[in-house]
Design a protein around this ligand. Structure first.
Ligand code: HEM
Ligand code: NAG
Ligand code: NAG
Ligand code: NAG
Length: 547
């Protein structure tokens, strides 16, 4: 979901600026003077393409539509500028974007000089109608406030609630069994028919995340598990059946509006408003329930659901101890719901995409999983995190080859300097003017052969067990590998996402001893699919063999 948004915001902020009146020449001389003052050298410029320079924009929109946006960034820089060039200025009409796959520059923007940078204003502007002001959408002081509010929640171990995840893994097993039983001729052979795991993972993470955040799962995997909810005077019951659809459709609208940002006022608003209202109403209901029940919220959940798992951890309940503002509670929880759901489903999907194509890795991982966790019971958070190093390698390698968020961006909020990119060798500082936008293609950083070795394209988890300095193919510890972002806005859910992914993989490998790629065609290229309508058919088609 972030991919098209980040590309679009990168490109559309450009359009916006193209159409604004600015005296290019004055700016250029001001930049040159400042750059000289700061001892900076210019970075190489990519060729201008197409009529008025719009060619670049058109190429990247085409690549995005073909679900190859991240690959396009690599191939454009490699082929037009050279494989040793890592920071470029990209002219698009009379606007300029910077793109850098140099970890030193990325570290400066996200961490060491983060005070000079922020996310672009388009992130807030485009997502706000759907999710409101929260830690993910906001900038500046508003972001600091949000971050301080929600961050403490993610330092607690209780957030890694494996019992909660297990209940939804059970529903996942049922969903797989249901799709198998639809093909009676296959029964008894041990292999399931071809099934697309990706939509199953999206539903599972929706179920887990809604329960973690609000205490009541939407149970998209099994509507019959939904418990009766209390009545709140004046408020309609939350629409658990359709919330996934409203969120997906709302996000699709955010993307369409993002792509046509300048002309968004021409788009019909009725559908979008309807989805936004439904998403708000859904979250609002639980916020009101929490505010009414006060400290009795968890007891109420226990009574309603009949689940009595001692120290339950519910994010809304904890946030409500810090603020009682209903709009803030609604917006912050929706921000976290969206940051945590699709990303994790996508990571788990990519892991199975690779396992289905690398039988050796599957066998090795399964052996290690069974040695540590022979049965479903007794899987503990710490053991899951520390006792199967190969699992960590597999997860890292999936995140390296297929980063869930392959493109990010930042905007300079004052004139500043990036440590590298300038001069003929690209190793001198370069000047960046206030308002300039920088594309951060994390995907491109993980594909650099000088950093990862000649086999950078290859899925090879063992590299994480080797030392990797000096261009060797082994593990890296710096900003060349930042699947969860880095610095001040680093992902808050990293540990939770890794735990959830590892747990789901363990449970599936306990149950299945074989996996076969069933995608047509078998050598289909990697696609960074993101549109909701395109989930089925561009997911992870596999056959599983029951152990
Ligand atoms: C594989 C799963 C995930 C990936 C790859 C991922 C990746 C990221 C990345 C790259 C960012 C930084 C965005 C930026 O720099 O502009 C981010 C931010 C964030 N993530 Fe995650 N994330 C994942 C799962 C989760 C989960 C499960 C949660 C919560 C339950 C979560 C909560 C957040 C929040 C709240 C932020 C915003 C932090 C801020 O802006 O201060 N993420 N994530
Ligand atoms: C988000 O955008 C709205 C206008 O669309 C603005 O009023 C608000 O201040 C912005 N918030 C942040 C945190 O940038
Ligand atoms: C996902 O959940 C929705 C809502 O309950 C349901 O309609 C859909 O069939 C589910 N998808 C799969 C693949 O089970
Ligand atoms: C709705 C939508 O975006 N459909 C696309 C799904 O993916 C296929 C194959 O890439 C496209 O042809 C569709 O247009």
């Amino acid at each position: 979901m972030l991919i098209p948004f980040l590309i679009c915001s990168a490109l559309l902020l450009s359009l916006k600026l193209i159409l604004s009146v600015r005296s290019k020449r004055n700016l250029a001389s001001r930049y040159a003077a400042r750059a000289a003052e700061l001892k900076c050298s210019p970075a190489p410029r990519m060729p201008v393409k197409g009529f008025l320079g719009f060619g670049r924009l058109i190429e990247s929109i085409k690549a995005t539509n073909a679900e190859r946006g991240p690959q396009y960034v690599v191939s454009a820089i490699d082929s037009e500028m050279g494989r040793n060039v890592h920071t470029v200025v990209v002219p698009i009409a009379d606007y300029e974007l910077i793109a850098t796959r140099d970890p030193a520059n990325v570290q400066a923007m996200l961490a060491t000089k983060s005070a000079d940078w922020d996310v672009g204003e388009a992130r807030n502007a485009s997502w706000r109608p759907l999710f409101g002001d929260g830690v993910f959408t906001s900038r500046g002081e508003a972001w600091k406030h949000s971050r301080a509010l929600v961050r403490p929640q993610f330092t607690k171990d209780q957030i890694n609630d494996l019992d909660l995840i297990e209940r939804h893994v059970q529903q996942l097993f049922d969903a797989i069994d249901r799709s198998s039983s639809r093909v009676p001729s296959e029964a008894g052979k041990g292999w399931t028919p071809a099934l697309d795991l990706q939509p199953l993972f999206y539903n599972m993470t929706l179920d887990i995340t809604t329960e973690l955040i609000y205490g009541y799962s939407v149970h998209s995997q099994n509507p019959r598990s939904r418990v009766a909810l209390p009545t709140l005077p004046g408020l309609a019951q939350p629409d658990r059946e359709n919330i996934g659809t409203h969120m997906d459709a709302g996000k699709a609208w955010v993307e369409t509006r993002g792509a046509l940002w300048k002309y968004r006022w021409l788009l019909p608003t009725k559908q979008f408003s309807k989805h936004c209202a439904a998403v708000h109403a859904y979250a609002q209901w639980f916020v009101q329930l929490r505010l009414q029940r006060g400290d009795g919220y968890l007891d109420g959940i226990r009574e309603d659901t009949g689940q009595d798992s001692g120290s339950r951890y519910i994010l809304l309940d904890e946030l409500a101890k810090a603020t009682r503002d209903p709009v803030e509670l609604r917006s912050q929880t929706l921000n976290i719901l969206t940051a945590g759901r699709d990303t994790t489903a996508s990571l788990i999907g990519w892991i199975f995409y690779f396992l289905a194509r690398h039988p050796r890795v599957f066998e090795k991982l399964r052996a290690e999983v069974l040695a540590e966790f022979p049965k479903p019971e007794g899987i503990e958070f710490r053991a899951l995190r520390d006792k199967i190093p190969y699992m960590t390698s597999v997860i890292n390698e999936a995140l390296r080859v297929a980063p869930v968020i392959p493109l990010n961006e930042r905007v300079a909020i004052r004139d500043t300097v990036l440590p590298r990119g300038g001069g003929p060798k690209g190793d001198e500082p370069m000047f960046v003017a206030e308002g300039q936008q920088v594309l951060i293609p994390t995907f491109a950083m993980t594909r650099r052969e000088d950093l990862w070795g000649d086999d950078a394209e290859e899925f090879r988890p063992e590299r994480w067990e080797e030392e990797g300095g000096g261009g060797g193919g082994g593990r890296k510890r710096g900003f060349e590998f930042i699947p969860f972002g880095g610095g001040v806005r680093q992902c808050l859910g990293q540990q939770f996402a890794r735990t959830k992914a590892a747990y789901v993989v363990v449970r599936l490998l306990q149950r299945y001893d074989g996996i076969a790629n069933a995608e047509e065609p078998a050598d289909a290229p990697m696609r960074f699919h993101h549109t909701i309508e395109n989930r089925s058919g561009s997911g992870v088609q596999v056959r599983l063999h029951e152990a």
